[in-house]
Design a protein around this ligand. Structure first.
Ligand SMILES: Nc1ncnc2c1ncn2[C@@H]1O[C@H](COP(=O)(O)OP(=O)(O)OP(=O)(O)O)[C@@H](O)[C@H]1O
Ligand SMILES: O=P(O)(O)OC[C@H]1O[C@H](OP(=O)(O)OP(=O)(O)O)[C@H](O)[C@@H]1O
Ligand SMILES: [Mg+2]
Length: 286
């Protein structure tokens, strides 16, 4: 039987949609309904296991799954020795300590003797030890932000992204313990055959990520402005310059990273560029 790469993906929750979308963009199709927890994909020799997020690190550590898409925060919390193969740029969040708004909190020593509610007891414990703080950790599975309001704890330690949940519960963020995003993690026991498949899949993931972060840029420019425009452009290689039907004008094409674009647009216009177009890239082979 040909080898299949076994990948664990969150069964339901915040990571699932983006994980499946990434796989889809990599040409992996998952046709069956999600009620089926073990599904063979088409388009790549891949078998998907839909599992509870918090159970996945153990499955990968044991080699039941070869790889997984997980938040870095979960792998740290579960204290599993997995190989982080590729960060994926979604599910960005941080694990933070927060206290009721208006609390006089001079520094981290305020936490001494306090009770802290969290779903991340291991990460919190390690953080407190690093800072020489003795506090009581009260583990709860969810809705952690409610704890101070119902007299369950003095502080909380939970994931924050927009900060909205903290705000709505009258809490203020005081310490950032770690920053996290989704990533592909691999088992330390992965077979040579599975590793080869993983390399192929990673190549596809990188092409998708690069395409997401870059844009194809086109503009028209008078020939006398070309050298200045080319100097402004931070392209992959030197830009393509094609003459237009109108004498004395050219079309300039290049690829730029999305976050550089706004920085240079005014300079391009000032240099004489016109008809600037920015086009999404589907895949970018590096
Ligand atoms: N508010 C958020 N913004 C961005 N990413 C988040 C946010 N909350 C969670 N995440 C990321 O998504 C992951 C999954 O979160 P989700 O809430 O779906 O599962 P969970 O409740 O932690 O899972 P389980 O209870 O099955 O362990 C988290 O581990 C984290 O990496
Ligand atoms: O800073 P924000 O953007 O408000 O996001 C933070 C919230 O998101 C997560 O909860 P989630 O919605 O995943 O609920 P859960 O407790 O059921 O996992 C996290 O546990 C926080 O409560
Ligand atoms: Mg959650």
């Amino acid at each position: 039987m040909p080898t299949m790469l076994k990948i664990a993906v969150q069964k339901s929750g915040r990571l699932q949609e983006d994980s499946l979308e990434m796989l889809r963009e990599c040409g992996v199709r998952v046709d069956n309904g999600r009620d089926q927890l073990k599904v063979a994909a088409s388009g790549f020799p891949l078998e998907l296991f839909f599992l509870r997020n918090s159970d996945i690190p153990q499955y990968v550590a044991d080699g039941v799954a070869d790889v997984a898409i997980l938040g870095q925060n979960t792998v740290i919390e579960k204290e599993k020795d997995l190989e982080e193969v590729l960060p994926l740029g979604f599910a960005r969040c941080r694990l933070s300590l927060a206290v009721p708004k208006g609390t006089v909190y001079p520094d981290i020593t305020w936490l001494n003797g306090k009770k802290i509610a969290t779903s991340y007891p291991n990460t919190l414990r390690a953080f407190l030890i690093r800072h020489n703080i003795e506090a009581e950790i009260h583990e709860i599975a969810g809705s952690v932000e409610i704890a101070p309001n119902i007299g369950l704890a003095d502080a909380i330690c939970d994931l924050v992204s927009s900060g909205n949940t903290l705000f709505m519960n009258g809490l203020e963020e005081k310490e950032v313990i770690l920053k996290s995003e989704a990533a592909i993690f691999a088992s330390r026991n992965i077979s040579t055959e599975a590793r080869e498949l993983l390399e192929k899949l990673i190549f596809r993931f990188k092409s998708v990520l690069a395409a997401r972060n870059n844009k194809y840029l086109l503009m028209n420019a008078p020939n006398e402005a070309l050298s200045e425009i080319i100097n402004i452009l931070p392209g992959m290689k030197s830009p393509t310059v094609v003459p237009l039907a109108e004498p004395g004008w050219s079309s300039v094409h290049t690829v730029i990273s999305e976050d550089r674009f706004w920085e240079i647009i005014d300079r391009l216009k000032a240099a004489g560029a016109q008809g600037i177009l920015i086009i999404p890239i589907q895949k970018m082979i590096l």
